[in-house]
Ligand binder design. Sequence first.
Ligand SMILES: C[S@@+](CC[C@H](N)C(=O)[O-])C[C@H]1O[C@@H](n2cnc3c(N)ncnc32)[C@H](O)[C@@H]1O
Length: 370
Amino acid sequence: MVSDTVLAAFGKQIDWCNSLGSPFTARVLGILADDFGRGGATAELAADWTRDPIGDALALRFAGALHAVVLTDAAPALAACYPPRGSTDDALRAAVLAALDERRDYIRNFLLSPPQTNEVGRSGVLLGGFLHIARATGLPLRTLEIGASAGLNLVWDQYHYTLGSGEWGDATCPVRLAPEWTGGQPALGTPVQVVSRRACDVAPVDLEDPAQRLRLRAFIWADQLERLARLEAAITIARAAGHRVEQADAATWVRDRLAEAAPGCTTVLYHSIMWQYMPQATRDAISATIAQASAAATRAAPFAWLRFEPARVVEGPEMRCTVWPGGEDVQLATAHAHGSTVQWQHGAMAGGAMAGGAFDAVDATANPKR
Ligand SMILES: C[S@@+](CC[C@H](N)C(=O)[O-])C[C@H]1O[C@@H](n2cnc3c(N)ncnc32)[C@H](O)[C@@H]1O
């Protein structure tokens, strides 16, 4: 039954919103699920949904659509119920149902495109990985990001970080990442320099397009106001930096990039929360290219693979890193999917520049918890 699967999709998303810190979005989705069950406007809007509503993140599309209505000031009564303001369940229900009715065409159109997100908080996890690589190789970095979305994690070295008791980056930067931190610390004193950076996405977000910027904002859960403010600040920085996320499938792009010689620097292939969205054949092709690149890596031109992705064995995402030559695969951290909490798993490292013997340092700092 289509209606059962749509209701199951709403139910799952409500659970995820509650467990990932968005009780308000869970409330909105509860109202929509109830309306769907009664055959209201939600049911009419979802009537043509023939594809898998869970795989398509249909509930998230609805939440994004309503948030976009609020962000564009298209429904003042609904905006009056949205954070930072509070609302009773009855008031919220009335405003949601009215907006569905009055803004139906806009919402129908919004539902057609898949959710698109770019979580800056993940830079708070990735930074430790870049420092780990810089420390291990002692060379400047040539970074290659796949599934980069709008490219907000491409300019990670412009943000300011507070990681436990340590700080890193430009203290005047309005993007301030301060995840709840446990465990040791990355090597915050390691000099790190990015000599070139490129990124691709199969469906990149163009930050110069106001409609695409709106979609990015709309898919931030409406009660996560800090994330929203951080996103705005990161968009400003990324636009000023002017890097372009290339439209390309990751498999061919990685193959082409890794075929290019890059002596005197460490080539870093990195990605966050994107691996699961690629078909198996694409993942296999990238893995084969990584195997080739790792075999060709030398101390003068090392290769590193840094990834923050759902873990196979532990619950939740983890950040792993492999640096070649050497090829030891280490778990650096486990973290919340948005980077709001980080458990640093790798050995606490002293800061300071690497002189030589960089690859030995990877082993020297290995952590039994790895
Ligand atoms: C959940 S988003 C994560 C975006 C970003 N990495 C982040 O952490 O915020 C997943 C991204 O992977 C991209 N993607 C999915 N399949 C892809 C492929 N085959 N090649 C390149 N990018 C892909 C999507 O377009 C989307 O931008």
